[in-house]
Design a protein. Structure first.
Length: 508
């Protein structure tokens, strides 16, 4: 079911209530109203009332069975209510458990997984009864077991996951004028029908709750937004390949997806969200996506003639991909990955293949086959990013690399320009490596505050570079073939030397 606010007619204020059922039986009811001032048509089910005189209160809240990477939060209530946990590194939280939406329980036990070892977490529990009364606990903490290695370049590289921007460039998504028309979809409603009801674009709003879909196709000048990550969930079912949600075509531009969770599990080898065949100016922000049979988020184009432009992934939690990459872009001009948390990928954490002008900022990548890979890409600024536990794998024949370069012909753009700042690579088989045909890879490589701990190969190994500028705490650089011209601390900063991302201009 969805609610349309498109209508422009001036209608008389009216409320029609249709009730079916009688006596002591269940009452099924629907309310329809039209507001004269806004011309807003609303069609909502009226829920059954199960009011009791008992007030909704918390009786107890505790963490139980806390381990190195998990815990269980248990709380008891005076009556049946929903349950959800808000948690994070401090009392600003930032993450949510999957919401228990039924009114069947007065005791909740919800597990939290994929936590960091030896870390203090803040949390609070939230419950709401069938009458809409809400109770929120005071802030509480728990501390996970184990030991951890913490590397702190400046600034600390835990993902910020805030609404404020941290990107330093304007290469990605560009704001556009969103049409005024909008549609609100109730939980269980048909999202594609709502999208199709806005032929000229507009906003499709999803209320808090769970939506089930087979595939969703978005179009130009369109915003698809939920009530928040962990509050609105789209669960895809019945797909075996291709994609679950897509934005496609050279004529498609100006699309936003935000504030929701995408559950992609159990759909064969389908990608989660695809941007393909030249779609341009797309923003995906504040979403959690997990469980895709291939890539969770993918921008795929066959060549530059159908390449995408101005793509931003912001405030994304991407995890548990199967067989492919967590975040992937191919043939893109102007790309930003900002404030993202990536973990448990059976392919790369980030795959930038033939990306021109790309920025990766304030992002953490943990337990991927390769942390980040850059085949054929040029003008890449990667900063304030932590890569941990890159592991060996038979999938894609990659294996255990923190960062991987490859000239790959560079799609006609010449040798690579890359600026790395405040990067840590920890506990990987190899720290940073280069592969390809032996041609020197870099015209310009800037290294600022680069740290590696626990890697089998504790160096940056590349196939030649015309100029390498090192600043601050930076590891050794080794030439596999060719030569490396290293310039150490020539001046106080890359900008002073006239090199780095500030000198590269913008996508053309």
């Amino acid at each position: 079911m969805y609610i349309s606010t498109k209508t422009k007619a001036i209608l008389t204020l009216a409320t029609i209530t249709i009730l079916s059922g009688c006596g002591g039986g269940n009452v099924s009811s629907t309310e329809k109203s039209i507001n004269q001032e806004t011309s807003e048509l609303t069609l909502n089910p009226i829920p059954e009332r199960t009011s009791t005189s008992l007030a909704l209160k918390l009786k107890s809240v505790e963490d139980i069975n806390t381990q190195e990477n998990s815990t269980i939060i248990k709380w008891e209530l005076t009556k049946h209510a929903t349950g959800q946990i808000e948690y994070g590194f401090d009392n600003s939280y930032g993450e949510y458990s999957v919401k228990e939406e039924s009114f069947q329980y007065d005791t909740h036990t919800i597990p939290l997984k994929n936590l960091e070892a030896s870390t203090t977490y803040n949390y609070r529990v939230i419950s709401e009864d069938s009458d809409g009364n809400k109770v929120v606990s005071q802030n509480k903490t728990f501390h996970t077991k184990g030991t951890s290695i913490t590397v702190k370049p400046t600034p600390i590289v835990k993902p910020i996951l805030t609404a404020t921007g941290s990107a330093k460039t304007n290469w990605g998504f560009q704001p556009f004028s969103i049409p005024n028309d909008s549609v609100t979809v109730q939980a269980g409603g048909n999202i594609q029908d709502a999208i199709n009801s806005l032929p000229n674009g507009g906003t499709v709003k999803l209320v808090a709750g769970t939506f089930y879909a087979n595939r969703i196709h978005l179009k130009s000048n369109m915003v698809l937004e939920g009530a928040g990550r962990g509050q609105t969930t789209i669960k895809f079912t019945g797909v075996t390949n291709a994609y679950l949600m897509n934005v496609t075509g050279n004529a498609t531009k100006n699309t936003i997806i935000r504030n929701l969770t995408v559950d992609a599990t159990g759909n064969g080898k389908a990608n989660g969200v695809e941007i393909t065949y030249g779609a341009k100016n797309v923003l995906i922000e504040n979403i959690e996506i997990f469980g895709a049979g291939k890539s969770n988020l993918l921008v795929w184009n066959p060549d530059w003639s159908q390449g995408s432009e101005h793509i931003t992934f912001k405030d994304i939690i991407s995890h548990d991909t199967k067989n492919w990459h967590a975040l992937s872009m191919r043939f893109v001009k102007g790309a930003i990955i900002e404030n993202c948390k990536i973990y448990n990928a059976e392919g790369n954490g980030i795959d930038f293949s033939r990306v021109l002008y790309g920025e990766i900022a304030y992002t953490s990548i943990d337990n991927a086959v390769q942390g980040a890979k850059f085949p054929g890409s040029n003008y890449i600024y990667m900063h304030d990013t932590k890569i941990s536990n890159s592991h060996d794998s038979n999938i894609l024949n990659m294996g255990g690399v923190g960062i991987k370069f490859n000239l790959l012909g560079n799609a006609g753009t010449g040798k690579q320009h890359m600026h790395l700042k405040n990067i840590s690579v920890n506990n990987s088989t190899s720290g940073v490596v280069d592969w390809g045909n032996g041609t020197p890879t870099f015209a310009e490589l800037i290294i600022e505050n680069f740290t590696m701990i626990g890697n089998t190969s504790n160096a940056i190994r590349i196939k030649g570079a015309e100029k390498v500028y090192r600043y601050g705490n930076s590891v050794d650089i080794t030439a596999i073939t060719g030569t490396v011209n290293i310039i150490d601390n020539h001046k106080s900063s890359p900008a002073s030397d006239g090199v780095g991302y500030t000198t590269w201009g913008n996508p053309k």
